[in-house]
Design a protein around this ligand. Sequence first.
Ligand code: SAM
Length: 286
Amino acid sequence: MENLTNINVIRDIFERHGFSFSKNLGQNFLINPSVCPKIAEMGNAVPGFGILEIGTGVGVLTHELAKRADKVVAVEIDSRLIPVLNETLAEHDNVAIINEDVMKADLASIIRENFQGLKVAVCANLPYYITSPVIMLLLESRLPIESVTVMVQKEAGKRLCAELGTRDAGAVTAAVRYYSEPKLLFNVSRGSFMPAPNVDSCVIRLDIKKEPPVTVRDEKLFFSVIRGAFSQRRKNLANSLSSSMNMPKSEVTEIIKTAGISENARPEQLSLEEFAALAEIFYDKF
Ligand code: SAM
């Protein structure tokens, strides 16, 4: 196969297939030759693993995954890329391409039907506007996966990998920590892509936890408490929760105190255990 990080090779493929980049689909393709091998190596692309890739582009990462893992199933929304991928990935007999929107695809069935007897990991370089929804979809659907390795905007990476109790923490930090152990792997400069985006990126890996670190009776309520707590970052916890949970501030202040939390605490200072304690008291009130 020709080098898919070579701009001239990509241009030639595009010309022959009449393909042009779609801004709407966030098509910034990796052209830095060192990035995809690193994603594959750090993203569990090893024998014994099946890789679910999301967003293939011309198949530059798919190729590195297919060289290392037992099988790759790649979900790509853009039907114009399917003939391109049939050409660029022709040498691999362990790759299947599914032309679907990942947000609508039945990922549980895809995994069940394709990865029998294999451990499964997800690898993705996606448009930035859907990375958080895709990460949450993957985590919340409790798919039988070991890890999610994904390229994200540098700022988003900070938030996703932040420790709770620090300034970078947000509602998504708490959700990520509930389901996984996040790790920032390496930074990727904007010049590594064609066309170059306006921001720098980083690659993170979420190692999925077998069991959540805290036990709550109602997960939905637990996450509404977290989202509510972070909904107005400049307000303190009692004010934010009072409006999001639709309860008088005095009552919320009592709940916060009963959970053993200072009434002036800010949401980014709370641990998962403290959010769980709050959710359990709210549960008894509703
Ligand atoms: N992985 C390739 C690379 O690194 O060069 C392509 C990365 S490009 C940032 C994102 C890819 O995701 C594009 O090929 C785009 O068509 C695809 N994509 C966008 N939205 C998608 C969706 N909802 N479901 C599946 N693929 C999607």
